[in-house]
Design a protein around this ligand. Structure first.
Ligand code: HEM
Length: 194
């Protein structure tokens, strides 16, 4: 659980990194983000799929088994390539590598891919961080849980976040995944409590 706060912060920055250039291109996107929280959820789940915070996970086989037709002996360490699975065109379509929060998925295909793990050790903090899975029809349910990150993205956008044109984000070159050591932004508007 150590690092779970860093994980949600990285998810926030990664989502803004996708959304800020799109907002600069399309003037209507800001209103869509403020009006449609289910859309914001999809943007975040799509971000998590494309930029898995843990791109590789390890599992040790408890017993002899067969995975994808290959024998795996008891005690073998298996490395799961989460990022590759998240880009499966069979599951996510020919534009699997693109940021497309409006993609439609078959029932049972997780919008966030395997980025929260799978099985008994799947991240138990996922609902509080990024909410419940988005319903297939995209329609909000009265009791839908959105989680912390969608609310934070909306409030950040409400305050008029945009890239600082004079200072570029700095990538952490010690990490195999895309992570920022610095992410300069400017806020153009004061918050409202609408
Ligand atoms: C966007 C934010 C987050 C991401 C991307 C994330 C991702 C992950 C991943 C990849 C795992 C390993 C899953 C596995 O091995 O199958 C994990 C485990 C875990 N996460 Fe999260 N997490 C996030 C937020 C949180 C939060 C907010 C909490 C707590 C409030 C939390 C609590 C935990 C715990 C306790 C585990 C260990 C579960 C176990 O081993 O049984 N996570 N998380």
């Amino acid at each position: 659980m150590a690092g779970s706060s860093a994980r949600w912060l990285r998810t926030l920055l990664n989502t803004l990194d996708f959304l800020m250039p799109l907002m600069a291109e399309d003037g209507s996107l800001r209103e869509r983000i403020l009006d449609d929280r289910m859309f914001v959820s999809r943007c975040i789940h799509e971000t998590i799929r494309l930029r898995a915070i843990t791109p590789h996970m390890k599992r040790r086989a408890e017993a002899d088994t067969v995975i994808a037709g290959q024998a795996v002996g008891q005690g073998t360490m298996v490395i799961l390539n989460i990022q590759a699975a998240n880009l499966s065109e069979e599951l996510y379509g020919p534009d699997a590598a693109e940021f497309n929060p409006d993609r439609h998925l078959r029932d049972g295909v997780p919008r966030w891919g395997l980025s929260f793990g799978f099985g008994p050790h799947q991240c138990p903090g996922r609902s509080s961080a990024v909410g419940l899975p988005v319903p297939g029809d995209f329609k909000p349910r009265e009791d839908h849980l959105y989680g912390l990150v969608p609310l934070t993205v909306q409030e950040t956008v409400r305050r008029g976040v945009r890239r600082d044109p004079n200072r570029q984000p700095v990538l952490d070159d010690r990490s195999e995944r895309l992570a920022f050591t610095s992410f300069p932004v400017i806020f153009d508007a004061r918050g409202t409590h609408a």
